[in-house]
Write a protein that binds this ligand. Sequence first.
Ligand code: FAD
Length: 393
Amino acid sequence: MDYDVVVVGGGPIGCFVARHIAENGRRVLILEEHKEIGEPPHCAGLVSSEVLSISGVKDDVILNEIRGANIYAYDGTKLSFLGEKTYALVIDRILFDKRLSMMAEHSGVELSRDSRVIGFKRDNNKVEVIFIKNGRESKVITPLVIGADGAYSMVARSFNLPLPKEVIYGFQVEGELNCVNPYQVDVMVDNGTSPGWFSWIIPLSRDYARIGLGINIKGNPREYFDKLCNKWEPLRSFKSSNIKRIMGGLIPLGLIERSYTDNVMLVGDAAVQLKPLSGGGLYLGLLAGLICSDIALEALDRWDFSSNVLSKYHKLWMKSVGKEIKLGLRLRKIFLGLTDKERSELLRTLDNQEAKSIILSTGNIDHPWRVAYKIMTHIKVPIIARMLSLAFS
Ligand SMILES: Cc1cc2nc3c(=O)[nH]c(=O)nc-3n(C[C@H](O)[C@H](O)[C@H](O)COP(=O)(O)OP(=O)(O)OC[C@H]3O[C@@H](n4cnc5c(N)ncnc54)[C@H](O)[C@@H]3O)c2cc1C
């Protein structure tokens, strides 16, 4: 065998998993199709402090701290809250990815950039991984492939593993924008400008922000972005000339029934380990990554890469990460079930001291169902009853 483990994809989750396996003295190769780790970026970079503590990445990747939000409905109705504590961090996502790749290399992982995996041949308890490096076809042999190759994973497709049930098409720009309060994010829920998802403004400073949206239908997200700029009050002064960087990306959603087969495990976006309400994938991907690397080490110790052993990975992440995804899918069901008018009514209902103190005391970007549960059990009005009926319909 050339390597104990080959990880396809040098994104944050692939580098994190590879590092944990290599730290235990195993030979690990990462094949990454891009020349530069972290580029092109495809993330809003909003994470909890847990993401830094689990990943071990130092806090100099933090660009800003978020202490509140303004949530807008289609008709301009606005719910604002601002607390004392930090609810989320805005990170330099390119630097974050690079740091994880450097930590992996430091642990002994071999990272092959500009190496696009194009196929596999599985035979007799080993896999031949075929890839193109610097324009030339190469291959390596390993008993275990970890697919960390993101949304619409080619590893998943090659081994007939399930693909995401739903995909959000994301679009984001970074540019100059006068942010009224740089510690508050703006979110707009409006089916006219971001069908099936939402739009966001994440300040990086007083005069610079990430502005983006997602849509759950086929179409050109850029056209929705132009519509958003014309409609959304905080973006009225925003012009194309203010844009410094444009990015797009897919956000896979759902809960997959199987994330392993003989000699193969999927992790991160490839295994659809993202929060269904917000599309955040770093927290759940890292948690699942810890389990994935533990099971990889167990399989290596036993020299058994059969589905029988690797199924333990799936069972374990279902208990923790999978449970969060299930709760998130319930919240998404409520979100999709409410009309724009009802979302506006909900924001008006929550615009009072009692609701805001629940939001500020229970709000947690990694566990959004906690605040939703508290609101749904404490506030007894028709729109909340409607949300409950949607959740359990
Ligand atoms: C618009 C947008 C905004 C987001 N905002 C947030 C946010 O605020 N917070 C958050 O937590 N998450 C966010 N996410 C999700 C987050 O970006 C992902 O969950 C995260 O990047 C998952 O990491 P990963 O390593 O699993 O996959 P990726 O980061 O996608 O990495 C996969 C890697 O595999 C490589 N690859 C793919 N195919 C091959 C191949 N055939 N051969 C070799 N290499 C290959 C790719 O080049 C890539 O480097 C956002 C996503 C989008 C699209």
